[in-house]
Write a protein that binds this ligand. Structure first.
Ligand code: SF4
Length: 420
């Protein structure tokens, strides 16, 4: 286990340094407009954040989401989003947008408004593949058919678990499990890819409960299932008092169980967490960062990255609306990464996407050496073993990503608390 704990400590160090630098950076210190212009003809992804969910919101969730208490909040937020999309479309010049991702919160909390946003985006960027995250509670009463009419490509449904005790322990308010299954069956075939999100590693989780969720998902015939480890940030213990982070040896055991169950079906990992049906090879996945080095974040708490430039938008919807009125975009913190950090970001995105051959333009000599070494190891290893089926390697990649995302969750907590 020492290799894993060293890897986790190094990633933690990198992550905390990154978060504290970003939090302490000045708003728009780097000229945002100039950086967006510099995208030129690069291929980028767009992320759009909808920070509202139906009440009650889930206790375990670390995203920036607020209970939807009035439609007027959502309408004024959506208006501001249209203006921000407008601002980016006129400043992105010749960039080619390869993918659009709606995350949240719950983007399907109002499907008519979502449709209007999609129309605006398509009028600027054409028929780009679109992913939409959803909560099953918003898909009943014709919601699925409304989404089908919008011609989105990938629908991701947050199920979290097929076991009542897990949902209860996570503080997740859910439709009855049989109703969730019915929604999944109805969604299949309506979209190119139907993904379901599931969570593992919560207190009380054991091998049997991991297997139960995997088997139930695959027996339903989903195109894809993403198994997220629970990633509570430091202050989450206040709302999840019984949460105790699993020791590495225990987590590795659960991951091994998860992977071996996955591999006994017709599914294979696209990332350590995202398992796709082998017969459906052209899948979009949640982690668009593994496909694109450059991405633009639009809306509350969104993170964007253009080469070595990183920014995060404000965490407060009220502040967001005001900022958009004032200047057309809502950057709250921004900074330039040094060469090594920027390289590490790209290397991580390539490794997590199990895509070692993805071209990377390495900027520092140290990372050039590290990357060459990693490639050499991967190529020699891949002659001996199939990386996609090796729990030890996938677990190491999982550990790095989980640590990085826990850092992002800490950033979100600070952002919400201090209304950054
Ligand atoms: S898990 Fe999904 S539905 Fe629940 S609060 Fe988070 S974003 Fe909202």
């Amino acid at each position: 286990m020492p290799i894993y704990s060293t890897l986790r400590s190094l990633t933690r160090l990198f992550s905390y340094r990154f978060i504290s630098r970003l939090i302490n950076s000045l708003p728009d210190k780097v000229n945002h407009k100039k950086m967006i212009h510099s995208v030129k003809s690069r291929r980028i992804a767009l992320y759009v954040h909808i920070p509202y969910c139906l009440e009650p919101v889930c206790r375990f969730c670390c995203f920036v989401r607020y209970p939807l208490r009035s439609d007027s909040d959502l309408i004024s937020y959506a208006r501001a989003l249209v203006n921000e999309i407008d601002w980016y479309s006129s400043n992105l010049e010749n960039a080619s947008v390869g993918s659009i991702y709606f995350g949240g919160g719950t983007p399907t909390v109002n499907i008519s408004l979502l449709g209007e946003l999609i129309d605006v985006l398509r009028s600027y960027f054409g028929m780009v593949p679109i992913t939409v995250e959803s909560n099953p509670r918003t898909l009943i009463n014709g919601g699925l058919d409304q989404l089908k009419l919008l011609k989105i490509n990938r629908l991701s449904i947050g199920i979290q678990s097929f076991q009542d005790w897990k949902l209860k322990r996570m503080g997740r308010y859910s439709l009855p499990i049989e109703e969730n299954k019915k929604i999944i069956r109805e969604a299949l075939g309506k979209f190119d890819t139907v993904n379901i999100d599931l969570v593992w590693g919560i207190p009380g989780e054991n091998e049997r409960s991991v297997i139960y969720d995997v088997v139930t998902a695959f027996n339903l015939g989903v195109d894809q299932a993403t198994f997220y480890p629970i990633m509570p940030p430091p202050m989450k213990s206040k709302v999840m008092p019984d949460y105790v982070s699993l020791p590495i040896s225990r987590e590795l055991k659960l991951y091994r169980t998860l992977l071996s169950t996955v591999l006994s079906y017709d599914y294979r990992p696209d990332t350590p967490w995202c398992m796709s049906k082998m017969s459906n090879s052209q899948q979009l996945i949640d982690e668009y960062i593994t496909e694109y080095y450059d991405f633009i974040g639009i809306g509350v708490s969104s993170i964007g990255k253009i080469r070595d430039y990183v920014y995060v938008d404000t965490f407060s919807p009220e502040k967001y609306v005001k900022m958009i009125k004032k200047r057309g975009y809502s950057v709250s913190r921004s900074m330039k990464l040094n060469k090594i950090d920027s390289d590490l970001f790209d290397i991580d995105s390539s490794l997590f996407g199990l895509n070692i051959r993805k071209p990377i333009s390495i900027k520092s000599f140290t990372s050039f050496l590290l990357w060459s070494l990693a490639q050499l190891m991967f190529f020699s290893l891949s002659r001996l073993i199939n990386v996609r089926e090796n729990a030890n390697i996938l677990y190491a990649l999982h550990l790095v990503q989980k640590t990085l995302y826990s850092g992002m969750n800490a950033l979100r907590e600070i952002g919400i608390k201090h209304k950054i």
